[in-house]
Design a protein around this ligand. Sequence first.
Ligand SMILES: [Zn+2]
Length: 358
Amino acid sequence: MAWRMRIAWVPALSLLVSVITAPEVLGADAAGGLRAMCYAPVELQARKGEERPEKRRHDYDKPAAARALATFEPIDPALRGAIRRVKLPAGSPKLIALTFDLCEQHGEIAGYDGAIVDYLRANGIKATFFTGGKWMRSHGERTRQLMSDPLFEIGSHSEAHRNLRLLSGAALAEEVAGPQRSYEAARQELQGHQCIAQHATLAERVPSRLSLFRFPYGACNAQSLKAVNDAGLLAIQWDVSTGDPSPMQSARAIGQALLRSKPGSIAVMHANGRGHHTAEALPLALPQLKARGFEFVTLSELLAAGTPEVVSSCYDSRPGDTDKYDMPMLSQQPLAKRAGDKTTRDKVTGAKKAATKE
Ligand SMILES: [Zn+2]
């Protein structure tokens, strides 16, 4: 049973629901209360082993069924390009957006790192999850839980985590549009559920369309960037790279990267089981950031609070450093290691040699 009416909670929380006017003003307690109305704790919490990706699974490779999609407008000229961070006005609160990618390729079922989500919920920390279209289908229940949670926002992480720099035509279009079909199907299921439907604050807060997009590998070119912006999606990169897909990246190092955040920063991490020490890193860094006066917000809240800093290309730490993922062997990795990482550098050198038969 995926859903449950939390009857015992409803009378106590009905007054609370009635006085809430907008999701963004929800405090941690209110968010937890709303969530608890439709989910039992055992349904939400991490399950052992669920974080581990499974190889040789093709169950969800088939694209989502065609459907009439919600209407949209292309992105305005001023916001076309890759958004790396947000410039906040003087006197603004010190806002940061934590983002977690949920990457999934064909031939696998990626994980769901429940320890990360549990920590965020337990501490009332807002975050944005960039979910692959395929990930949404292979993790239907987790997708609906994240979508309906007042703490979280959902963005698109392409259909099947292909390198969009290498695609064109129908293949490129599918990586951009595929997640929207999965998202709208999940939203429809969510709103058709009896408990959620009875609590408008939960149901209505889920937008009809995805509005944010993160490129797999952080790699784009002019053509793919145009395709994303034309589809009404803002391209969201980051200015805080934690390097968490590398098993060699310790929790301490991820934490130190997070502590280098500035007001207006966007930090990238992974919650698909390939952020190897991410769950351990959060308690090391986030309380410190909070003590320094930082406030965690969703991406949309961060964007609305200031002026997005837009650049014309996608990169990890410096322009051009994600071009190496154009080599197929490196595109099999879930996301860029940091540009200066020696192992990656060696692989690139080796791949170049292999490609040119030097
Ligand atoms: Zn990814």
